[in-house]
Design a protein around this ligand. Structure first.
Ligand code: HEM
Length: 360
């Protein structure tokens, strides 16, 4: 104990830590009937931490070339002790992280937490979700198997439809005209260097803003929050969040152990694409909607119209804190509440219907 006291005193003298501890011990989290929503951002953070830890372990053996990538993953899952488990945890946790981020986004949206003064928190969160999907897309190609190869070919092909910049974007992503070893090396660079660096910066901003501004209490729950005793952040909220993390870990461990992530067959660029190929579940809402649009509408390519509509939709979602007039007064309007439920209904129904094979 004396050693710890001395260490603490030495650090405090140099870094003035006492005010930080004072802040953390006095910080409180409001309580009301929807305070369960405050745990989902933390759960997303937990899966992100799992991704970093397991990703570093995979890096010890993974080789990012078209000749060696598949074989190196095969080596990891068959020869490296617990390699199959690490890979399975990494793949499952990526999916759970994106799921948790979506639940988090819709819960903060429906509670109106994007309203003034939390616009920057909303924008940084939106970009973080974009990066998380980028992690998923770039990581999917890395094992260099059949499914990932053809899904990447279809996914990157979409970018060529972008007016003017399309062909340039396609070459930038693929490192050439086709999906080749150059694409794999690029995706590897995005996955382990560019995206982690951007995420670390944005995550710091997102979490810093939340610390600075405290948790949002929706207007209609303000009275309830006033009458209920707030939870102390340290130790009570942190301990409860810990229970949520343990639950997340249990689900992750069960999925990874009982349903090990498949590797499939090595990609063969000269083979024809397997029938019924689909992207990861979090892109299905876009993929299936694009398939429903006729090939040409009024002389314009259907896919272009679809992609344009998604770009506008994404921009509206991003700009919600400025488009919703009530946001300037710290509230969320009924119109935007309806929009949130509408978007959620669309995402869930298209994803579920796609799994049920309704769009064949
Ligand atoms: C992808 C990684 C993300 C991580 C790790 C993360 C993490 C967190 C954490 C720990 C909190 C505080 C606890 C809570 O309210 O749940 C929070 C709050 C918040 N997040 Fe995120 N978040 C992420 C993505 C998003 C997304 C996609 C959005 C929306 C577009 C978003 C918007 C917000 C907002 C507005 C708050 C403030 C909530 C309040 O004050 O009540 N976040 N985030």
């Amino acid at each position: 104990m004396r050693l710890l006291d001395t260490l603490w005193k030495a650090l405090d003298e140099r870094l003035e830590l006492a005010p930080l501890v004072e802040f953390a011990t006095h910080k409180e989290v409001p309580q009301h009937r929807h305070s369960w929503a405050y745990y989902f951002g933390g759960l997303t953070l937990f899966f992100f931490a799992v991704q970093v830890a397991t990703g570093i372990l995979l890096l010890l053996y993974y080789r990012p070339t078209a000749e060696a990538a598949f074989e190196s993953v095969q080596f990891i899952v068959t020869r490296v002790p617990f390699g199959w488990l690490v890979r399975s945890v990494h793949s499952w946790s990526a999916n759970l992280m994106i799921l948790a981020a979506f639940v988090h986004m819709f819960s903060v949206y429906l509670l109106g937490s994007y309203a003034k003064p939390r616009e920057l928190t909303w924008w940084s969160g939106f970009l973080l979700l974009g990066l998380a999907m980028g992690f998923g897309f770039s990581g999917y190609l890395l094992p260099w198997n059949e499914l990932s190869f053809f899904a990447t070919r279809i996914g990157t092909d979409m970018t060529s439809k972008v007016p003017l910049a399309g062909p340039w974007l396609l070459t930038f992503l693929r490192g050439g005209e086709e999906v080749t070893g150059a694409t794999l090396t690029r995706f590897f660079g995005f996955h382990v260097a560019v995206l982690p660096m951007l995420s670390a910066g944005l995550l710091g901003l997102h979490l810093g803003l939340i610390q600075r501004q405290g948790m949002h209490v929706p207007g209609h729950l303000a009275e309830e929050a006033r009458t209920r005793k707030p939870l102390r952040f340290l130790p009570n909220f942190v301990l409860r969040e810990g229970v949520v993390w343990l639950f997340g870990l249990a689900v992750l461990a069960a999925l990874a152990a009982f349903f090990p992530w498949e590797l499939g067959n090595k990609a063969d660029p000269f083979a024809s694409a397997p029938a019924g190929i689909k992207p990861e579940w979090y892109f299905l809402f876009m993929f299936e909607a694009l398939k429903l649009i006729p090939a040409t509408v009024l002389g314009i390519e259907g896919e272009l119209i679809g992609l344009g509509a998604f770009a506008v939709g994404g921009l509206v979602w991003f700009l919600v804190p400025v488009l919703d007039r009530a946001s300037a007064h710290g509230r969320r309007s009924r119109l935007f509440l309806a929009l949130g439920w509408g978007v959620l209904a669309y995402l869930v129904s298209f994803t579920v219907l796609s799994f049920l094979g309704a769009f064949q």
